[in-house]
Ligand binder design. Structure first.
Ligand SMILES: Cc1ncc(COP(=O)(O)O)c(C=O)c1O
Length: 374
């Protein structure tokens, strides 16, 4: 590494924990693939974005506020907090809005964790929880999945006296499985008075009715519970970065102290307010997802490719080619997420697309299958 003419080496000043951190690696964009592999015209089914696009009401709201971006946004996000609270039967004192749900995980880490503390996560799981914890020098206790599900009982057992936060994700990224209400309530009871329980529900709006239950009903009696949700998935606003925490006023007040002023920009706040009211867009997004998911299941079954039934907008697929499926799909213009990067080598995670994207996926899988790629 070059230290320039002064010999200054920033690594000597940085905290050891920070030097050890991996850098978050996102899914590849069609532009990345064109640059790195020379393959053009790819479809991206890798980052669990909404293929329907943003809510039309959100786009109108964005156009309306463009002429006021010279003004700082409301640092308290009050209107958006009130709207979220009204919709969910809570009060604004229960809501904290972040620069994506990702910011909420960081705020939790800043406010609650220091070296010597522990957090409990499933392994693998969405990486932001452990990255946030590791940034603060906390120890990450990883509890292996069982049959692609979080082993909530084992996670509860892993909670020791130094544990400050347990992170659950439902539906779980990258497997699409959900946490059951019974196992969740036992974990809540076991951890009461000991540590925080974070339930990340980034994909909750996609869960089928038969699997769905109301986590928010547990907030009142369990001040150690914090639920996170986002506008990045079903609301189609990933590029604007808006997520939120639902929690007790006491926890919210603490998180508020470590958040940056004006953390959610003006455009993002207005678009999220409009998207929240756009029931038609949410309904169409859900329908497109369940139609697309059924179609993907049919193709996989026809080709004899195993997959994990999902309650989210993505499907985890077992690679019948023993590791070549990610590259194979890429060569046929379909970008998915390589399971190796998500802690599940031998798998790929495929985001459900619109009809055209799903047809591209089908065509690519059929070509690979007929070429005897597995
Ligand atoms: C499980 C899970 N939680 C949180 C997030 C991040 O959400 P946001 O875009 O609001 O930061 C993601 C994004 O992919 C996710 O998969």
């Amino acid at each position: 590494m070059s230290t320039g003419t002064t010999g200054f080496d920033p690594r000597k000043l940085a905290r050891a924990e920070v030097l050890d951190l991996p850098v978050y690696s996102p899914g590849k964009s069609p532009e990345d693939v064109a640059r790195e592999y020379g393959i053009r015209g790819c479809v991206k089914m890798a980052s669990n974005e909404n293929p329907l696009g943003p809510s039309p009401l959100a786009m109108e709201a964005l156009a309306r506020v463009l002429d006021s971006v010279h003004l700082y946004p409301d640092t308290a996000c009050l209107r958006l907090r009130e709207a979220i609270a009204d919709k969910l039967g809570l009060g604004p004192e229960n809501v904290l809005v972040g620069h994506g749900a990702d910011e909420i995980f960081d705020l939790l880490a800043y406010a609650f964790l220091e070296p010597g503390d522990q957090v409990v996560v499933a392994s693998p799981t969405f990486s932001s929880y452990e990255l946030a914890a590791m940034t603060m020098g906390a120890e990450v206790i990883r509890v292996p999945l069982r049959d692609y599900r979080q082993d909530v009982e084992a996670m509860a057992k892993a909670v020791g006296p130094r544990c400050k936060v347990v992170f659950l994700c439902s539906p779980h990224n990258p497997t699409g499985t959900v946490v059951g209400e019974g196992e969740f309530t036992s974990l809540l009871a076991d951890t009461a008075g000991k540590c925080l329980v974070v339930l990340d529900e980034a994909y909750v709006e996609y869960v089928e009715e038969s699997e769905s239950w109301d986590s928010l009903g547990y907030l009142r009696e369990n001040p150690h519970l914090l639920v996170t949700r986002t506008f990045s998935k079903i609301y189609g606003l990933a590029g604007l970065r808006v997520g939120y925490a639902l929690c007790s006023p006491g926890v919210r007040e603490i998180l508020e102290k470590v958040k940056l002023p004006f953390n959610v920009n003006r455009l993002a706040q207005e678009a999220a307010l409009a998207a929240l009211e756009d029931a038609e867009h949410v309904k169409r997004s859900r329908e497109m997802n369940s139609r697309g998911k059924r179609k993907i299941y049919r193709v996989l079954e026809e080709l004899g490719i195993p997959y994990v039934p999902s309650q989210a907008n993505f499907v985890l697929v077992k690679d019948p080619g023993g590791g070549s499926l990610f590259e194979g799909l890429l060569q046929h213009g379909v970008i998915v997420r390589d399971g190796a990067a998500l802690g599940l080598p031998g798998h790929v995670r495929i985001t459900v697309g619109d009809d055209e994207m799903n047809a591209r996926l089908e065509e690519a899988l059929k070509k690979l299958s007929s070429k005897g790629s597995w």
